[in-house]
Design a protein around this ligand. Sequence first.
Ligand code: SAT
Ligand code: MN
Length: 580
Amino acid sequence: MKPVEQWVFEMERTLRPDRVVWCDGSEAENARLVEGMLADGTLHRLHAQQAPGCYLHRSHPSDVARTEHLTFIASRNRADAGPTNNWMAPHEARERVFPLFDGAMKGRTLYVVPYVMGPLGSPFSKVGVEITDSPYVVASMRVMTRMGRSALDQLGTSPDFVPGLHSLGDLSPDRRFIVHFPEERAIWSVGSGYGGNALLGKKCFALRIAGALARDQGWMAEHMLILELELPGGEVHYVAGAFPSACGKTNLAMLVSPLEAQGYKVRTLGDDIAWLRPGADGRLWAVNPEAGFFGVLPGTGPRTNPSGLAMISSDTIFTNAAVTPDGVPWWEGKHDPPAELLDWQGRPWDGAGKAAHPNSRFTVSASRCPSISPRWQDPQGVPISAILFGGRRARLAPLVFESRDWEHGVFVGATMGSETTAAATGQVGVVRRDPMAMLPFCGYNMGDYFAHWLGMGRSLSRPPAIFHVNWFRTDARGRFVWPGFGENLRVLLWMIERVKGRAAAEETPIGLVPTEGAINWDGLGLGAAERQMLLSVDRGEWAAEVPEIRAFFDRFGERLPDALGLRLRALEQDLTKVAV
Ligand code: SAT
Ligand code: MN
């Protein structure tokens, strides 16, 4: 028996399903699954002409986002999970969580879902196998990963796969656990059918488990989009960007260049996760381990993301969208609401509140993306010129600044703050520290993670430049000052000019901010005061941030690399220096 068969066989004895299906990923298999889901109401078919090949899934109303308080790292030592993760002792997981799988699949089908994260045949790809009783998860994994026969072929008789055990259980948050074993490289998830909790290839494997692997093997697993920027004359740069969930990663990755006619083109490689490794040339190389997009629907519209809108016009699974009575999906930001609408729970919408859930999602193959780069499946990946960190800050952070060097860039990433969004359950709009947008996704002690970032810099002779951006600054009336979306190209172009050593910047205590003349403001209609606001660094506001950063850093104790503590002290001194 192959190791994967052995594992499935053992799990069957606990789960006691009525049936076992090894998924091959074929069209025919998908059609059978869809038929079953249409019959039992898990899916609803959408409008044959206006949404061909599209389905709507309504999840349980208590199961609509990641549940970070129910997500655990089960390392042998508590300190290895670190202060930012929930920790569970492995024996406690066996006693408290594993029994929830006992008989959990009675009356259900057990699907074995073999999948590859990363391009098929790439030396940097990895195999996972998810056991699940959710056909919605199977259909989603088929879109989001290279799933089925090809994954089993790539695995062969090797024991080198990440086993992921998933059951819907009874969907109760009281019996919901998402547990990661970074030492055994295994995942258990029970009680949720939602995206990041249930599609185990995504956050659980490609970030939390892969992150631990990457630390041991000298690479990085990051919560980053990857985009391609072509300049007039054909020079190409690749940019990776880390933003917290629901902060516009998908829209940025699919940015449509307003300067296309002048030869500036933007193409997409990924919108959520990047696996990065040092290349023989001393540069940092990136692959997108996913094969599809699981993006936020609200805010996906003709102005904000026209490529995304075109991409999801067919062959898409919609989760918790609103819908017209004849089956056209709708969400806030798509266009004006149609006259009659059912909200995300299928109830007639009265116009009050949100029709689509704020974390409603689309699941679609990357191959449907009109702006997909021809290199998105390159087995070697692409070389990264610049890394972006970005939060959602109504105040404080300027539109863009550059770090002074890699180590300073790590400090900038480690001190990122962002307002919370609907991507996770809990309060929305409160600033929390979210280093490298990895707070919910770092599978080990984040102090060690910072040290790993610092070490990676030492292994790169030509490291990417590191920038921080903030599209979300608001004025006194609470309106966004920067128009965002396509116009973000102007900021990307300043960054690439910096990489090439050409654009002008000013030293400030937080890093290098563009001089006003270095950004192209033509046609934006922004007055001098607005431009100044976008580029200003308020020493007082930043000084108020320092104690918060210090308190955050203090949580890591010994595990915080000295370099970061020193950088914080230097920042504090710079901020309090009286200008002469
Ligand atoms: O974790 S999900 O994949 O559900 C989405 C996100 O929060 O980025
Ligand atoms: Mn994400």
